[in-house]
Design a protein around this ligand. Structure first.
Ligand SMILES: Cc1cc2nc3c(=O)[nH]c(=O)nc-3n(C[C@H](O)[C@H](O)[C@H](O)COP(=O)(O)O)c2cc1C
Length: 379
């Protein structure tokens, strides 16, 4: 597949998305926590990683395939969980699932997605992973996990890094809440973005369809419900319980520190996503590049190491691999893509990354992604 060369980079998609969708939706995706320094730190630190090419060798093949938990994916890049995805563009989550299936890359559906988890599994049967925000109530967690197993998800990703709901200033200033309350501000933004508004009216306003059935009472407010739904601070004991219940590959997302990595190993999880939620939770968190440097050696103990936060180019994916990560993800890239181009944006993002990763390997003189290791780093 090819991509539209008028929008050749994720940065171009971001610029276009900003014009094309209401600012409450744009800010929801783009925003970080507090002063948004952590978000910037992620970006700055990827840019510091330098790689040394090796010429005088043939790397024209540049094999991008990578095997994670026994499944071979076409390239080492995937879509991480993003809640409320259909707000960025109506139908975005399903479009992304279909594009991921076509491209054979992992797609992690969020617990707080706005498409039925069963529909996503049907659209992406070979590549769907499920992200769990751990429900406080054990019977709710078991019910949700049963649905995930029955739908056919391969890998379970448990997110740890939201022990408390984030106070994100851009969301507060935009008055963003669900269901949309039709404040003059929201109405004005919708009216000035008619294509987005028309699609939203046609497809229906987004809602957390996978969890609403667990409301205590039908008229329970959404804020109240989400606070009571989520376990505030996932404990080791709860992850051990999940390990017992979930027989497939289990991944912890949000790991950045040695102590947590050791706990993950002791529980018998199969992999981690080193992540700081894209700088959306703790503004003083180290960049994930920094954490990867410190934690990459856990690969030798059998841990599969993946990463996200601040990845914006195929070169970043190669940088992450040279530092020890088998797979990289980027949430904002995909939603800027779909904000800019509608459902076709999912494919555009995949093709941009595919092209950039391949060219990077060829430029480095590296025959396959698997071969890329610390020996390519400029120390
Ligand atoms: C708008 C938005 C919503 C997100 N929702 C979730 C979510 O529901 N579950 C989760 O584990 N992570 C969520 N994340 C974090 C992403 O999975 C991922 O860690 C982050 O996007 C990586 O940073 P990047 O956007 O800079 O690539 C969200 C991120 C964004 C930007």
């Amino acid at each position: 597949m090819s991509y539209d060369t008028r929008l050749p980079s994720i940065a171009d998609l971001k610029t276009r998305a900003k014009k094309r969708i209401p600012s409450f939706a744009y800010d929801y995706v783009d925003g970080g926590i507090d002063e948004e320094l952590g978000k910037q730190r992620n970006r700055d630190d990827w840019q510091k990683v330098l790689l040394a090419p090796r010429y005088l060798r043939d790397a024209t093949t540049a094999d991008l395939s990578t095997t994670i938990f026994g499944k071979t994916y076409a390239m080492p890049f995937g879509a991480p969980p993003v809640g409320l995805g259909n707000m960025m563009w109506p139908g975005a989550e399903l479009a992304l699932a279909k594009a991921a299936q076509r491209a054979n890359i992992p797609y992690i559906l969020s617990t707080l997605s706005t498409t039925d988890l069963e529909d996503i599994a049907r659209a992406a049967p070979d590549v769907c992973w499920f992200q769990l925000y751990v429900p406080q109530k054990i019977e709710v967690m078991k019910d949700l996990l049963n649905r995930v197993v029955e739908a056919g998800y391969h890998t379970l990703v448990v997110t740890l890094d939201i022990p408390v709901g984030a106070k994100r200033n851009r969301e507060l200033k935009n008055g963003l809440k669900l269901p949309f309350s039709m404040t003059p501000q929201i109405i004005w933004q919708a009216l000035t973005h008619p294509r987005w508004a028309l699609n939203t009216v046609q497809k229906g306003a987004p809602d957390f369809v996978n969890v609403l059935r667990y409301k205590d009472t039908p008229d329970q407010g959404l804020g109240d419900f989400l606070t009571s739904f989520n376990m505030q601070g996932v404990t080791k004991e709860r992850v051990e319980m999940i390990r017992e219940l979930w027989k497939g590959p289990l991944v912890l997302k949000g790991i950045q520190y040695d102590a947590d990595m050791q706990t993950a190993l002791s529980i018998g999880v199969d992999g981690v996503v080193i992540s700081n939620h894209g700088g959306r939770q703790l503004d003083a968190a180290p960049s994930t590049m920094q954490s990867l440097k410190e934690l990459a050696h856990y690969r030798d103990k059998g841990m599969t190491i993946m990463i996200d936060s601040g990845i914006r180019t195929g070169l970043d994916v190669a940088r992450a691999k040279a530092l020890g990560a088998e797979m990289a993800f980027s949430g904002r890239s995909f939603y800027w893509g779909m904000g800019a181009m509608g459902p076709d944006g999912a494919n555009q993002v995949i093709e941009i990354y595919r092209d950039e990763i391949k060219r990077t390997l060829q430029q480095l003189g590296c025959e396959s992604f698997n071969e890329l290791d610390a020996s390519w780093l400029v120390q």
